[in-house]
Design a protein. Structure first.
Length: 115
């Protein structure tokens, strides 16, 4: 199983980015994909999650109203649309796949919000 994130970059405050997380190497339709982030000197924190069977979503308070996690093609790719970005959103963003009681992490993608 592989998990690969993409879409990070440098954006000005108030701007938007869309992160992608593509998972491969498994065939079940039942899984949970999550986004976490880790800022320098801080612990990794939960951002959002989506359940494949019913597209049920959960967000951290810091993400509510600004970020949207989705699985538009009902395949093994999940997106994190991030709007109204703030400097405090700067972090490495990681995707995690929970599948058959195992966890699979991606390598992370850097998001920098700065003017």
């Amino acid at each position: 199983v592989q998990v690969v994130e993409s879409g990070g970059g440098l954006v000005q405050p108030g701007g938007s980015l869309r992160l992608s997380c593509a998972a491969s190497g498994f065939t079940s339709s039942g899984y949970v994909m999550m986004w976490f982030r880790q800022a320098p000197g801080k612990e990794r924190e939960f951002v959002a999650r989506i359940t494949s069977l019913n597209d049920y979503t959960v967000y951290a308070d810091s993400a509510k109203g600004r970020f949207t996690i989705s699985r538009p093609n009902a395949k093994n790719t999940v997106y994190l649309q991030m709007n109204s970005l703030k400097p405090e959103d700067t972090a490495v963003y990681y995707c995690k796949l929970d599948y058959l009681n195992r966890e699979y992490w991606g390598q992370g993608t850097q998001v920098t919000v700065s003017s």
